[in-house]
Design a protein around this ligand. Structure first.
Ligand SMILES: [Zn+2]
Length: 238
């Protein structure tokens, strides 16, 4: 017979083991979070991610967020707190994490490059708000984008919309940079794309190491932008 089934109560040694496990998990997850490990370019999603409707998600998240508040000891009977679970849930689904849903991806309309403009086109200082997937606190930054048309162009505001779409997910800055670049490449049907992101992570400034002067820069260059001369012209412009 399995020895474990004979134990109605936890032995002291089990509890010590549990504590060790919790301690180990705490150390490991803290370290992974502060190192901001990225495991894949695709946002890791469950296969059934969109089985629930938005309203069903809001209902469920609201319930669970209320429980988090209860555990923290907050009195949800207070008028100021009573609506918080619903507000947070709605904000998650409809606003700050709405970019998880591919249905919310911006429609991209292409135009012919009638002016035969063959230089790089730069859209700089695109402000975005995202959230760190390790701590669920904000990442605030600016994206700078350039591409060279190979015959098609897109409306300028679409570049902003692509940035906003991928920012509205729990993110890692490296992945955000690559996802934006890949989307622009396929949208404009051009290999020649550059993306630079400069962002402040509140998980670094408001907690943890509490460094409020540093920012993180990530970049992506493909096609002609891999050429040092073009890359430095782009960098001079931004
Ligand atoms: Zn973080």
């Amino acid at each position: 017979m399995n020895q474990k089934t004979l134990r109605p109560l936890k032995l002291k040694s089990d509890i010590l083991d549990d504590n060790k496990l919790i301690q180990h998990a705490t150390q490991r997850f803290d370290a992974d979070g502060d190192d901001h490990i990225m495991t894949s370019i695709e946002t890791p999603m469950l296969p059934d991610a969109f089985v629930l409707t938005d309203d069903e998600k809001i209902h469920k998240i609201s319930h669970h967020f209320g429980q988090i508040m209860d555990i923290l000891g907050l009195d949800r009977a207070d008028d100021s707190l009573s609506g918080t679970p619903h507000r947070v849930a709605k904000m998650y689904v409809k606003e700050i994490f709405s970019g998880l849903n591919p249905a919310n991806k911006p429609d991209i309309k292409l135009f012919d490059n009638k002016y035969k403009y063959n230089e790089m086109l730069i859209e700089k200082d695109i402000t975005f708000y995202s959230n760190c997937e390790h701590h669920f606190v904000p990442i605030i930054g600016k994206a700078h984008i350039a591409y060279i048309s190979t015959g098609k162009v897109i409306g300028l505001s679409k570049l902003n919309r692509i940035v906003q779409h991928y920012a509205l997910r729990p993110q890692v800055q490296e992945r955000l940079t690559i996802q934006i670049a890949e989307e622009i490449k396929s949208a404009v049907q051009s290999e020649h794309v550059a993306v630079v992101i400069d962002a402040v992570h509140l998980c670094v400034s408001s907690r943890g190491i509490k460094d409020n002067s540093s920012s993180t820069i990530t970049s992506y260059y493909s096609g002609s932008f891999e050429d040092e001369a073009l890359k430095s012209r782009f960098l001079r412009h931004i």
